[in-house]
Design a protein around this ligand. Structure first.
Ligand code: KIV
Length: 272
């Protein structure tokens, strides 16, 4: 099967929209630090998301709610310093935009100014469109996020598949159209039925990037630490593990401990 792959030297919000028009799928992964972001960028991923999932995978919190704007800016700055080609999108963390549209604009400006990122992402539908419009007045591109929105976990109560019922599915479609009308350049759909996600992608002209949303969307995103097999206790159906880094790192560290204990490390060549 031939794979559509354009030759963009640097990915912009226009490039990802062009990919959708050309039928080229968009690849997106999270990253939170300089070293891994550099590897991911060099490997050719189109979009790097500095997700608020950093709250879980980097800081060990149970939810994404505790991570602060300052912490997101710290992670985003490290990623931006490593990236040469990918579009870097940064999550507006919980509590940094829900208050009002001025607060949302100020938070987005801080992210862009202090980290050098290229766009921000925010969760929510119609209720955040005023903030999206205000952020856009400052020339900051915005990515939307619908379906399972982890910042609202205490409203929903579980991380199960969203929009299975007709009323919720219709609301999601309306919200998606509202986000496009408000000026979002792209939209993430998390953990919703594949058929609904395909319908949303077909109804919007902006690229729709899915996580647990099937193959009928315009691109895919995964959390890097999950797809590399570092978070070995997390097994959602949508997750494909490309490595077992947990096992490999565990094995390497055990070997190191053994080598140190039996004075096999360092050997003659490894000392001065
Ligand atoms: O924070 C994150 O990693 C995300 C992705 C799951 C889309 O929002």
């Amino acid at each position: 099967m031939s794979v559509a792959r354009s030759d963009f030297k640097k990915i912009t919000t226009n490039s990802v929209q062009e990919m959708k028009r050309n039928g080229e799928k968009i690849s997106m992964l999270t990253a939170y630090d300089y070293t891994l972001a550099g590897i991911v960028d060099k490997a050719g991923v189109d979009v790097i998301l500095v997700g608020d999932s950093a709250s879980n995978v980097m800081a060990g919190h149970e939810t994404t709610l505790p991570i602060t704007l300052d912490q997101m800016i710290y992670h985003a700055g490290a990623v931006v310093r490593a990236v040469k080609r990918a579009l870097v999108v940064v999550d507006l963390p919980f509590g940094s935009y829900q208050g009002n549209s001025k607060e949302a604009l100020n938070s987005a400006i801080r992210i862009m100014k202090e980290s050098g990122a290229h766009a921000v992402k925010m969760e929510g539908g119609v209720e955040v469109t005023e903030s999206i419009r205000r952020i856009l007045t400052a020339g900051i591109p915005v990515m939307g996020h619908l379906g399972l929105t982890p910042q609202s976990i205490y409203k929903f109560g579980t991380y199960t598949v969203r929009a299975k019922e007709e009323a919720e599915a219709e609301k999601l479609l309306d919200d998606a159209r509202a986000l496009e009308d408000a000026g979002c350049f792209s939209l993430v759909l998390e953990k919703i039925p594949a058929q609904l996600a395909q319908e949303v992608a077909a109804n919007l002209s902006i690229p729709v990037i899915g996580i647990g949303a099937g193959a009928g969307v315009d691109g895919q995103v995964l959390v890097l630490h999950d797809m590399l097999g570092m978070t070995h206790e997390f097994h959602p159906r949508f997750l494909r593990r490309y490595l077992d880094l947990y096992g490999q790192i565990n094995g390497a560290v055990q070997q190191y401990v053994e080598d140190v204990k039996k004075v096999d490390f360092p050997n003659q060549k490894e000392q001065y």
